[in-house]
Design a protein around this ligand. Structure first.
Ligand code: FDA
Length: 319
């Protein structure tokens, strides 16, 4: 109920206008967002890199409704790739396909993604396709497979453990050695598509993580393995200490070296855990969002944890 309410709120224009006008909202959101400009984000990344943490940079934006805005977002991402290269920080990029036109048709999005992947390839960078709501799952998978089939290896995808279909998706993506980020899923989905209960999502997460770890073991070491920009096949994206413990235990049990998988977390969440994992010798990558279109991202972070909302509201009433 709580979660659905904030995800519903994340889609409302009037709520966005109202909430983004409060200075306090930005103050609360900035816990999860690295700043408004690429320079802010690069500063944050540099600091994370010095602590042994890799990153994936997200130029915030989604559900673009005008083709010219999708083209502009694409140009911004191309510039960002140059900025990463010039600054020398170690970061790849995460992209939401609806930001570059997926909701406006496959062709526009394909053209934009083609430009991004080509540029990333030239600069030796990697693009992760974030996964959005179920209405976009098939098209996102289609575009991922299309670009792999024409020779782009610098692209990976996200699988959401809350979907019943995800096991099948992971097994078939394994046939083309896909770099998968496994997360629980951040949207509101109907029970005919997704497990409604958290305990079932957690159980599925565990099973899917094991499949990815087995796959990483069977592929073994390749020359990209120590590359800080290219992620290994399994990227375990969660802050859930039970899931993290289970992944560590399973990797140990099957003899999978820690360089062959990585943990991923969101900027502003469980920094202590990120540092602890690095100290223990695991690879950690932090997802670093920046930009002015932070409203839906922030609402999803509130939806995930009631304590975030109480913190936000108590500060509002204290001012
Ligand atoms: P869970 O929700 O069970 O939380 C476990 C613990 O983590 C909590 O007890 C709390 O301590 C901490 N925590 C979790 N969320 C928090 C928050 N918002 N604020 C403070 N603490 C919090 N989703 C998606 O649908 N598509 C995608 O492409 C991605 N991409 C992605 C990248 C990366 C790097 C991460 C880490 C996550 C995503 N997600 C995502 C989001 C993901 O689906 C999920 O919504 C969140 O990670 C929260 O779930 P947890 O796995 O952390 O578990």
């Amino acid at each position: 109920m709580f979660r659905s309410f904030f995800i519903w709120l994340s889609k409302l224009d009037w709520a966005q206008k109202m909430i983004m006008r409060w200075g306090l909202a930005w103050r609360a959101a900035s816990r999860f967002i690295a700043g408004e400009t690429p320079e802010d984000a690069i500063r944050v990344i540099r600091e994370l890199n010095t602590r042994g943490i890799q990153t994936s940079l997200d130029h915030l934006g989604e559900n673009t409704v005008r083709p010219e805005d999708a083209v502009q977002a694409t140009s911004d991402i191309l510039e960002l790739l140059d900025k990463i290269k010039l600054s020398g920080v170690q970061s790849n990029i995460s992209v939401k396909l609806t930001q570059i036109g997926l909701a406006l048709g496959d062709e526009l999005c394909k053209e934009n993604l083609n430009r991004i992947l080509k540029k990333a390839q030239t600069l030796g960078n990697f693009i992760r396709l974030d996964m959005e709501e179920s209405q976009f799952t098939d098209n996102t998978l289609y575009l991922y497979r299309y670009f792999r089939s024409i020779g782009f290896n610098n692209v990976g995808i996200v699988i959401q453990a809350y979907f019943y279909r995800s096991r099948q998706d992971i097994l078939s993506l394994a046939e083309i050695k896909t770099r998968v980020r496994l997360c629980k899923g951040a949207y509101q989905e109907p029970s005919k598509l997704a497990y409604p209960k958290k305990k079932d999502v957690d159980a599925n997460y565990e099973q899917l993580a094991n499949i990815l770890l087995d796959e990483a073991l069977s592929i073994g070491i390749n020359d990209r393995i120590v590359d800080p920009i290219f992620p290994p096949i399994p990227a375990i994206a969660t802050h859930d200490t039970n899931r993290i413990r289970q992944v560590k235990d399973y990797a140990l049990k099957i003899g999978l070296a820690p360089q062959l998988f990585e943990f991923q977390m969101l900027y502003g969440i469980r920094r202590d855990l990120q540092e602890e994992l690095v100290k223990q010798g695991y690879r950690v990558r932090v997802y670093v969002p920046y930009g002015t279109r932070w409203y839906p991202y922030f609402m999803r972070r509130l939806a995930e944890r009631p304590a975030n909302v109480w913190f936000f509201l108590s500060n509002y009433f204290r001012k």
